[in-house]
Ligand binder design. Structure first.
Ligand code: LLP
Length: 425
């Protein structure tokens, strides 16, 4: 359930009519709902009431500090993958003890800052990274808490570009090799094994692949404990999917996911970390856009809107489906079939093909739904389009939480070399 609904014929975000935001901030603009963010976080937490996990929001899904602060106040931790994300999480008030650091290419600098922040766990993805982490920790006189991210070689049955748990993917260490790597941790002075972690992919719509992976991880934890490693927790990653299309398969509810996890854990006495991203933020945000033109082609109608693939790249990159709805509630039942496209000069700048929609005219507002995760964070300035702004709604108030990049700022990032400047002698 989300809080983007029609009221008196106009779509609102909570109690704010979207045309108000379009008037004050312009379009395109991302709009997030505080109530939906909180609701998703609470529903997820309640699905695990018995095991009381540490829920580390995957910052890559939506890294706006207002969003992170909202979740931090609900008790969220953070799963970060770069120095930038780590700094955002810390600035949002998430303490180091609630931060886990994932990613295959952590640099010495990133490790150093994370060690100084006393983070909960480094999710180590290769032997080379383990050695590097040990060296950085030794230099700082610290002991790094390590979890090995195991690659369980499980097919997540999701889009190939968001699958991470097969042996051909770059992520994690083959689960058959994990034993040897934990043995190596025992030999190194400045790393300590505290956990095992796994993340097999994103937008999963079935429980079975999770279950298969988690069973492997739990067996490994039992084995490692028997060998004397003090494994205190298991990090089961993120990945639970959300409903994007009205007629698509409905992903399992968080409660079913929670029950499955409690079942596979059995009597193992271990703390649990989870890293949901999309499930919390995806349906808590929309991209608000405006129709620029209607264009009638040979045999199709295009609605050219002012948002484009640089603002929301998921359809172009993953063939992702996003529902699109007019802000003014359609009255008559006379839908047309049209393609929604952006102004960018790429054939892949298409948000929807052959979509049934109420007819639109110039300046009509539309929303692209389910855009709160992997939306603004993946935006670029392609075609010299400034980065899109973000707005957070809370009840009947709203605030700009990232302002629209100005063209001046965008252009000022470039610099002319001396030999091309007019003022060179
Ligand atoms: N933990 C790790 C280690 C991850 O790599 C990810 C996502 C997550 C947690 C969160 O997964 P979630 O709960 O959000 O599914 N840009 C793509 C998604 C890439 C996901 C990458 N890793 C998209 O727009 O579909």
């Amino acid at each position: 359930m989300d809080h983007f609904q029609y009221k008196d014929g106009v779509m609102h975000a909570e109690d704010v009519a979207l045309p108000r935001i379009a008037d004050e901030v312009g379009t395109p603009v991302y709009v997030y709902s505080t109530a939906t963010l909180k609701r998703h976080f609470r529903v997820f937490r309640e699905a695990f009431a018995r095991i009381n996990p540490l829920i580390c929001f995957a910052v890559k899904a939506n890294s706006n500090q207002a969003v992170l602060t909202t979740l931090a106040r609900e008790g969220a931790g953070a799963d970060v993958v770069s120095l930038g994300e780590l700094m955002r999480a810390l600035k949002a008030g998430i303490p180091g003890e609630r931060i886990v650091f994932s990613g295959v290419g952590k640099t010495d600098e990133e490790m150093e800052v994370a060690l100084n922040a006393n983070i909960k766990q480094f999710s180590v993805e290769s032997e080379a990274e383990l050695e590097a982490l040990n060296s950085v920790a030794a230099r700082l006189g610290k002991i790094a808490p390590v979890s090995i991210r195991v690659n369980p070689d499980v097919d997540a049955m999701t889009h190939a570009k968001i699958s991470t748990g097969k042996s051909e993917n770059k992520f994690g260490i083959a689960w058959q090799k994990a034993d040897a790597v934990y043995a190596r941790i025992g030999e190194l002075a400045n790393v300590k094994a505290v956990a095992v972690n796994v993340h097999i992919g994103s937008q999963l719509t079935k429980l079975e692949p999770f279950k298969e992976a988690f069973i492997r991880v739990i067996a490994l934890v039992r084995d490692l404990r028997a060998k004397g490693h003090d494994i205190t927790h298991i990090d089961l990653g993120g990945g639970l999917g959300i409903p994007y299309a009205p007629d698509a398969e409905v992903p399992p509810a968080p409660s079913a996911y929670g029950e499955m996890i409690q079942e596979v854990m059995g009597d193992i006495d271990c703390d649990i970390i989870l890293e949901p991203g999309r499930l919390i933020a995806g349906n808590a945000g929309i991209l608000l856009s405006k129709t620029i033109y209607e264009k009638r082609g040979e045999n199709r109608t295009f609605y050219i809107i002012d948002a484009a693939m640089n603002d929301l790249t998921r359809p172009a990159m993953y063939d992702a489906y996003h529902a699109i709805a007019p802000v003014n509630e359609p009255q008559a039942n006379d839908p047309v079939v049209a393609d929604f496209v952006g102004p960018v000069c790429e054939s892949s700048d298409v948000f929807a093909k052959d979509r049934k929609t109420a007819p639109l005219k110039r300046d009509d507002l539309v929303v692209i739904k389910s855009a709160g995760a992997y939306g603004a964070v993946m935006a670029s300035t392609y075609n010299s389009r400034p980065l899109v702004p973000e707005v957070l709604v809370d009840g009947d108030r709203f605030a700009v939480i990232r302002k629209r990049q100005s063209l001046e700022d965008l252009l000022a990032l470039d610099a002319l070399p001396s030999w091309l400047s007019d003022d060179e002698d």
